[in-house]
Write a protein that binds this ligand. Structure first.
Ligand SMILES: NCc1[nH]cc(CCC(=O)O)c1CC(=O)O
Length: 319
């Protein structure tokens, strides 16, 4: 902010930011707004921000396994509608909740730098999956986590839990779980990393597509918001998430299939690992491939896993 007189001539636009109303969603939206305010100061952009909380279908249905509820964009649809209606100007989503196809006229304007993409093991002291007691009771709400933990420890009893991160962590005590699996990213954003006994290596448990990344959605026609968001996007994260999402899009898994993908970027090289499994963990197909074009790489890896038998697993699960 150099020239106050100049600033005062610019009309200030209030950008309304839509978000879910969970503690995690509000915290990450607050962090996004802080970063955008810093960008506005740096580039002398005359914007202020206001939060609008929106309840999604996924927030209303707390008592069922998400994969059984089905439907894409359970946590996104109502927020995207508000964006289309002009009630909000941008929407902060967890990238892993964003469906492959956006509504016409909508776009992801920024994918900021990813935080920890790994899954977290929440226990009372035990630091590895191998150390869990025989027949351990493990809580998760994800087929992907359940499948991969059963592969490593077929003796584990997986039980479905849902709810916000804090209520899931509480269940460790109140419902006698030996371990709960959550995303490290959520803990990190809340400042609760200390609650994780360990981060599970991505080789043991391939993360969900987009896990640890945010996606900021806006209207294609909104040049001002697009310009602002372009400053906030992180190249490596965009490449990694594009490769992962292309992989998922080609396999068209939906929530009913254990599926994961994780990409890293080193200079021009993108390395993508993809996995598809049977829900009971009896089969897990996994491949890693490197390339420079994220879309080509995602497609190529999906094709490789398809040859390995991923299509058969997907067909079986779809029924
Ligand atoms: N499926 C719900 C969800 N969507 C995003 C996160 C937080 C992690 C992230 O931002 O990737 C979570 C919670 C979890 O998986 O434990």
């Amino acid at each position: 902010m150099t020239d106050a007189a100049n600033d005062s001539r610019k009309p200030v636009r209030t950008i309304v930011v839509g978000t879910r109303q969970s503690a995690l969603a509000l915290t990450q939206t607050g962090q996004v707004i802080e970063a955008l305010e810093a960008i506005c100061r740096e580039h002398d952009l005359p914007y202020r921000f206001e939060i609008r909380k929106i309840v999604t279908k996924g927030d209303k249905i707390l008592d069922v396994t998400l994969s059984k509820v089905g439907g894409k964009g359970l946590f996104v649809k109502e927020i995207e509608q508000a964006l289309m209606d002009g009630d909000i100007d941008m929407a902060v989503h967890s990238m892993k909740d964003v469906p492959h196809e956006l509504q016409a006229g909508m776009m992801i304007g920024a994918v900021p730098k990813r935080v920890d993409p790994r899954d977290a093991l929440i226990t009372n002291g035990i630091a590895t999956i191998a150390e869990l007691p025989q027949g351990a009771k493990v809580g998760t709400s994800s087929l992907r986590r359940s499948c991969q933990i059963k592969r490593l420890r077929p003796d584990c009893q997986v039980e479905w839990i849902r709810g916000n991160i804090d209520s899931r962590i509480r269940k460790l005590e109140t419902e006698g779980f030996d371990a709960i699996l959550l995303a490290m990213a959520g803990l990190q954003r809340m400042g609760w990393e200390d609650r994780a006994a360990a981060a599970i290596p991505t080789e043991e448990c391939v993360p969900a597509v987009g896990q640890g990344a945010l996606g900021i959605e806006c209207r294609e026609e909104d040049e001002q918001v697009r310009e602002l968001l372009a400053f906030y996007s992180h190249r490596e994260t965009v490449l990694a998430v594009t490769a992962e999402r292309t992989f998922l899009g080609v396999l068209n898994g939906g929530c009913q299939v254990p599926i994961g993908a994780y990409a890293t970027v080193d200079g021009e090289d993108i390395t993508l690992t993809g996995m598809v499994g049977k829900p009971d963990g009896s089969v897990i197909l996994k491949r890693t491939s490197t390339g420079t074009d994220p879309v080509e790489l995602g497609r190529q890896l999906a094709a490789l896993l398809g040859e390995d038998g991923a299509e058969r697993i997907l067909a079986e699960v779809r029924g």
